[in-house]
Ligand binder design. Structure first.
Ligand code: SF4
Length: 363
């Protein structure tokens, strides 16, 4: 763990990354953050000047999946660099020092203050927190101490959000999320099982550029990443609207890429940017690979049956459909008439999908 506080520009030069690669990265980040393309230059200017902020990464009750996700950050190599230049002073899974010298890094960083705290894993509180101890101290104690002098906390993954799998009933260890234990400190939740590291990179870039955390929803999740319904951006959505559903794993509809709603896909009630930023260098995501969404960024998602269809109360129009543009020279009245006709058609399409669902259910 390198504790020197060089600037990002210095790191770029040392690693032989070109300015073109750097600007491409800033444009990708502006896209993920749902900012106008003109914000890319603002991000570039801010990142060039910024000093490496110190970060501590605490890992408690978890499977290390979010750390695995971090280690596979492979969008433009600059993303890796941004995470590297965070001056990761403490991450017990991947840091070289161990034992007393590792704990000293943590103590020194907390004493200095002004650091970001990233938390992975749930925090057990039953029986004085004895179910997760590091260096002889309970996770709950370590978290409270880290929170006492931090600039902000980023809770990554389902476990740090709501307790995750360790909190599954009957939750013998009393597993909790960060927000259940810490108050009075800005907390941003980046749930998912595991975290998509592009969302962590974008959150950090927002923090470094605008000196504040991104806008959050009522669950403390950034709107840029969790503000849109998966169903509305899914490449299988056209099949949902046409009433074309996979009925059994490996059937003809499955082979043709039809909608997975009847196989239990939770896309209609799940909010995350998986269909747009995807995984593995933006090449794939679970629904694209043929499995339904399990809504892993939702509270207590593990309590839903993964293969039971969810009730749909409202069919919303897909945002992937092209907008209706008025033709040049057309009068507002004609445009209104066409708009009304399109509205009726969209309503009919939604109704057809729901009707076909109902018909299939009755068969
Ligand atoms: Fe995609 Fe699932 Fe919605 Fe079907 S139900 S369109 S597979 S998100």
């Amino acid at each position: 763990m390198n504790r020197s506080r060089s600037t990002l520009t210095e790191e770029l030069g040392k690693r032989g990354l070109t300015r073109r690669e750097f600007l491409k990265f800033c444009t990708v980040m502006a896209g993920i953050l749902a900012l106008p393309a003109t914000s890319a230059s603002k991000i570039a200017r801010a990142l060039e000047k910024v000093q490496r902020p110190p970060v501590i990464w605490l890992e408690f009750q978890d499977c290390a999946g979010c750390t695995e996700s971090l280690l596979r950050a492979n969008r433009p190599s600059v993303a890796e660099l941004v995470l590297d230049v965070l001056s990761l002073n403490y991450h017990e899974t991947i840091m070289t020092p161990s034992g007393r010298s590792a704990e000293k890094s943590l103590e020194d960083t907390i004493k200095e203050g002004g650091y970001l705290t990233i938390v992975e894993g749930s925090i057990p509180v039953n029986d004085d927190g004895i179910y997760c101890c590091i260096g002889g101290r309970s996770a709950v104690d370590i978290l409270k101490e880290a929170a006492s002098n931090t600039a902000a906390i980023i809770a990554v993954g389902a476990c740090a959000f709501y307790g995750g799998w360790p909190a599954t009933s009957p939750n013998p260890t009393g597993a909790r999320g960060v927000k259940d234990i810490i108050s009075g400190v800005p907390i941003v939740n980046l749930p998912g099982c595991p975290l998509n590291v592009d969302n962590l990179t974008a959150t950090v870039v927002h923090y470094l550029t605008f000196k504040e955390l991104p806008a959050l929803d009522d669950l403390g999740r950034p709107l840029f990443a969790y503000g849109r319904r998966i169903h509305d951006n899914c490449e299988r959505r056209g099949h949902f609207d046409a009433g074309e559903f996979v009925e059994a794993w490996g059937d003809e509809g499955h082979r043709k890429g039809w909608c997975l709603y009847k196989m239990g896909c939770k896309g209609p009630i799940a909010f995350q940017n998986c269909p747009t930023i995807r995984w593995n260098e933006g090449t794939s995501w679970p629904v694209g690979a043929g499995h339904g969404c399990i809504a892993c960024a939702a509270p207590n998602f593990w309590e839903h049956h993964a293969y039971e269809p969810v009730p749909i109360h409202q069919v919303t129009p897909s945002v992937t459909y092209p907008p209706v543009q008025p033709l040049a020279g057309m009068s507002p009245i004609t445009t209104g008439v066409i708009g009304a006709a399109v509205g009726v058609a969209a309503g009919v399409a939604g109704a057809v999908a729901v009707h076909q669902l109902a018909e299939k259910k009755e068969e």
